[in-house]
Design a protein around this ligand. Sequence first.
Ligand SMILES: [Fe+2]
Length: 387
Amino acid sequence: MIPFQYFFPTTLKFGNGLANRAGELLKPLFRGKLLVVTDEGLIKSGVLEGFFASLSTADVAYDVFSGVEANPSTTVLERAVAFLKDHDCTAVIGVGGGSSIDTAKGVAAMATNAGTILDYEGYDRIPNAPLPIFAIPTTSGTGSECTASTVFTNKETLFKTVIISPRLFPQLAILDAELTLKLPPAITAATGMDALTHAIESYVSKQANPVSQALALGAVRLIGRSLRKAYYVGSDLAAREDMLVGSFLAGVAFSQSKLGNVHAISHTMGGVFNIAHGIANAALLPYVIAFNGPACPERYRDIADALGAEVAGVDAETAARRLVAQIVELNRALGIPSNIRELGVDLEHLPQMVADSMRSGNVLVNPRLTTAGDIERIILAAHAGNL
Ligand SMILES: [Fe+2]
């Protein structure tokens, strides 16, 4: 077993209806004014009415930045930081999907650090403590409410830049499954497959440890038993709870272990083609498992088992192949394409996709040693639909 450590400073509070008590939970945690970072669609949906009412009831002063976009760019971040400074906010809460929480982390960091967020690419490079960061996820996917990372697309190069720092862990994450009851099926599918990909990539990562693996496998079980239900019966609260806790567990796991080739490649699909992150992951996942299978079949057998496949007495290589078929079937059930051509990936950009993938730290922890040629072959296979 390799030496390992486990660091997780985020306080988690889980409970149905808890967002309606956010004000009283947040009030003791900071002084001054709170910046709520979210998106316009969520405000218009009315889902956050109880949250905003709780801020007023608890006498928490706040302003709202609602300009968050999917695959957030440095341009949006700069706008949000200017807004924070104009309004003298002293703490930041991301309320929404991963893009809102990632943007909140970036704003909190850039309120106290010089330059641009891109200067802090990589691991543990943020020198000054950010403003206090809090998070309330309204999707069950990114796990950003419990990770040390944030991602921004450089508008000039279209490279999705990952910034990882222990300073980016939120202080408090409020998990309220009632906020996710009205998520449309397509978003449930995309975000749920993102969470499942986190759990699977974390479990097989070279940097996995016994703590992260226990969390990752727990996440696979919860997501495996409830993703279809959450997709087909969105109002099923028990399924929504499983998905929210599952995505949280997967986030805690991968904040320790990093991810793998799926995320290395999918980030380029988000940056260059603006494809939804979870859908890109879902479509790539079977091809990466097929590539990795020979390197760690026993681990994939564990995952197939946790996902409910009949693998007792089956050799590990066969179980790993069954897992590929399981994921293909799950994608089909969730209406996700089985290749990346249908998502709009144009092979004209293949050299940039390969170069950007190799720049990702995730390739280094992928269980099978991966060269640029391997990445190119995985992308070509996923484009042609050749499993
Ligand atoms: Fe992800």
